[in-house]
Design a protein around this ligand. Sequence first.
Ligand SMILES: Cc1ncc(COP(=O)(O)O)c(C=O)c1O
Length: 377
Amino acid sequence: MIPVNEPLLGKREEELVLECLRSGWISSAGKFIEDFEQGWADYCGRRYGIAVSNGTAALQLALACIGLKPGDEIILPAFTIISCALAVIYNGGVPVLVDSDPRTWCMDVERVKEKINRHTRAIMPVHIYGHPVDMDPLLDLAKKHGLAIIEDAAEAHGAEYLCGKKSCAPAWRRCGSFGDMSCFSFYANKLVSTGEGGMVLTDDPALADRARSFRNLCFQPDRRFHHQELGFNFRLTNLQAALGVAQLERMDQIVARKRSMGQTYNRLLKDIDGLKLPAEEPWAKNVYWMYGVVLSDEAGMDASELAQALKERGVETRPFFLGMHEQPVFQKRGLFIAENYPVTERLARRGLYLPSGLALTEEQLKNVCQAVHEVLS
Ligand SMILES: Cc1ncc(COP(=O)(O)O)c(C=O)c1O
């Protein structure tokens, strides 16, 4: 079976993890934490990094830092992982959904303004499967209405967006460099992985201090066991950070490999009728975190049938996200009742992703494409 994801860990990871073990700094203090935080912030073009235990915690922490009042609304895509909506709910906010752009699969920025009202507090753009959200219009909207932006760049390590594309001086910026705070996951299937892990980035020193305090149970520096606010234990370990530091050293190589895998898939699958491939808008550099495909009507099958046929040919796949409005857990709580997001619903039923891990060889990639051809031709 060709696995849908297999991480690529090397000698450098081994070396730094061993160094960490031997130093005895195995918990959440230590030089690798600081190096990883600063290194990742520098890579993304941000001032401060606060490493946390996973990407879901990063989102929860970021929203805690901007301080939601009960009933504050956060606008996010219907087509995303449940972590985004959970983070809003855990903070006492209300998730408000928008449908996806059928090309990029990211939130349709045109739809965001329809959802802004006096309760809206923030917008949470999510760069889906490695393709950036069209950030310019969102940044304008946030400025106009005084909203925060909490960027979810969990799937978009190293992806880039052409900022100010309608201005005379557009500039490429990395995903994770936008808005008040940006969030990352370093789960095993991400471009950079610490096993489990996450990070919040910000340019605002006050938000950074708040995030550090919330991450660590809100211990007061001057009176250790006195707590003024409800904190969390979202700490990452130095051991995990050592993995991140090792991978950060070869970040350009990692991003180049992912982009080249995406381009090879594009080339080998482009002639299949009935298969829609991931977009790369002229203002975007997609890192193809997971190489997704969407079946059109002429394919004559849905994503679960394609997944089954590929499995029989030794290829593991994963279905696309199920929209937040279709999640039983939210419906049971009376959320999103009678809401419809047709693009999201279609993606959920007709989309899946193919093996995309960094350990995937060229030969395996070609075999995957061969199997897709066999099933769909
Ligand atoms: C867009 C997005 N946000 C958040 C997360 C949550 O990250 P974690 O699994 O590290 O909690 C993920 C996980 O894959 C994700 O894809």
